[in-house]
Design a protein around this ligand. Structure first.
Ligand SMILES: Cc1ncc(COP(=O)(O)O)c(C=O)c1O
Length: 417
């Protein structure tokens, strides 16, 4: 999931048949996400740790958090990792550590989960929204160049690109623009732990700071909220470590004001166990994505680099990641014609298939950012994506029968449009 708006527990796992039961299509239920199925596979590893933490009564920070930070740094091939309370705070801490504050402008895509811009706003800075590349839904470098050329945006102090849905954005272009303009980059990798660009570099390492969310529906999900920043810069790591605990160092002394964004020992312990499974889970998602891609293209759907205006089957599947890159498919997002999207979702729901819209309203169109003065139509690729996209179930525990049911149903539904 790409925003906490929807409960990942909407459909109980107990209602979900397994592949071995060979249910008929009319009996199969496919929730958008089934965390109970995942928990069943790791219950024996997790439960003793939960008991141990209850016995210890040691709940906040401490050795389990330090160990998990080291594990994430190693997994992400970063020098430092600093845990915090959630992925929204991770962005805020990163920007604050870079000195962003009131009056500054910070660029981010308009088509992302709210937290990307919300964290900029919480620091008193102003988000400057840019459009997306319609093929990937990631930040559009040309749109980024345009805002730097615009006289209204002469106080830009940072760029926050997002690796949306688990796919690396085009950081080469973003970093080149950032270097030319002398501003740092914070990579919002909330949905992308383990994602690699075409050179095999894990996201979060090329900008000044990378940020992650462990919201339960992420590929690595906590038993609640949790987040992390990574960096290769020791001073930034130290500053974020202070800021997450009220800016305190040493104890009860504060040179600057931070926030309470400490990470719980319980979350860190659960995440440490789950991290051991992360690659297998992400590979399961990749296999499901490859299955859907092949099924949809065989049925006549084009990939997302072809606009729906160009005709053919009214369905576009994600364009597979470029050679060398690693897409971890936190979400698998297709496009259907805007006028039919609600009906398509309704028909999927009638076949007991969960779906979601990430995201139905771009950030520049949100009521809370109205005062920034954006007009409808100004960021057209993002606005169109907001009307056409549907996320399908992609979680690794999907059975063959479930994913077959999703793919067959969607093709049947769009053929009837
Ligand atoms: C792109 C993006 N940024 C930031 C966040 C915020 O993370 P959290 O929900 O852990 O605060 C999310 C979470 O959904 C996200 O998808």
């Amino acid at each position: 999931m790409s925003g906490p708006a929807t409960s990942p527990h909407a459909n109980p796992a107990s209602a979900t048949p397994t592949a071995t039961e060979s249910p008929s299509a009319s009996q199969i239920e496919v929730p958008l996400l089934d965390l109970k199925a995942q928990y069943a596979t790791i219950r024996e590893e997790i439960e003793p740790i939960l008991r141990e933490i209850a016995e210890s009564q040691y709940f906040i920070m401490g050795p389990r958090v330090a160990a998990f930070e080291e594990e994430i740094a190693a997994y992400n091939r970063s020098r430092f990792a600093v845990g915090c309370a959630n992925g929204s705070d991770a962005i805020l801490l990163a920007l604050q550590a870079l000195g962003i504050g009131p009056g500054d402008q910070v660029v981010c895509p308009t088509y992302t989960f709210f937290a990307t811009a919300g964290s900029i706003h919480r620091l008193g800075a102003k988000p400057v929204f840019v459009d997306i590349d319609p093929t990937t839904c990631n930040i559009c470098p040309e749109s980024l160049e345009r805002v730097f050329a615009c006289p209204n945006f002469n106080r830009i102090k940072a760029i926050v690109p997002v690796h949306l849905f688990g796919q690396a954005c085009d950081l080469d272009r973003v970093l080149a623009i950032a270097a030319e303009k002398g501003v740092p980059v914070v990579e919002d990798a909330a949905q992308a732990l383990g994602t690699e660009d075409r050179d095999g570099i894990r996201v979060g390492n090329r900008g000044a700071i990378g940020t992650f969310s462990f919201f339960p529906s992420k590929n690595l999900g906590a038993f609640g909220d949790a987040g992390m920043t990574v960096t290769n810069d020791e001073e930034l790591a130290k500053r974020m470590a202070r800021l997450r605990n009220h800016g305190m160092e040493p104890k009860y002394y504060h040179d600057e004001v931070g926030l309470n964004s400490r990470l719980d020992a319980l979350q860190a312990a659960v995440l440490s166990v789950k991290l051991r499974h992360l690659d297998a889970w992400s590979e399961g998602r990749q296999r499901n994505a490859a299955f859907y891609d092949a099924f949809f293209s065989e049925a006549g759907a084009a990939a997302s680099d072809v606009s729906l205006d160009e005709g053919g089957l009214p369905l576009r599947h994600p364009k597979p990641a470029v050679d060398g890159a690693r897409h971890i498919y936190n979400q698998y997002v297709v496009r259907v014609p805007a006028a039919h999207r609600d009906d398509v979702r309704k028909a999927l729901a009638e076949r007991r298939i969960g779906s979601e819209i990430y995201y139905p309203l771009c950030l520049h169109m949100q009521e809370c950012f109205k005062h920034l003065g954006y007009e409808p139509g100004c960021l057209p690729h993002a606005e169109r994506a907001a009307l056409e996209t549907i996320a399908l179930p992609i979680y690794p525990d999907l059975s063959d029968a479930q994913r077959q049911h999703v793919a067959e149903s969607l093709v049947e539904i769009v053929k009837a449009i």
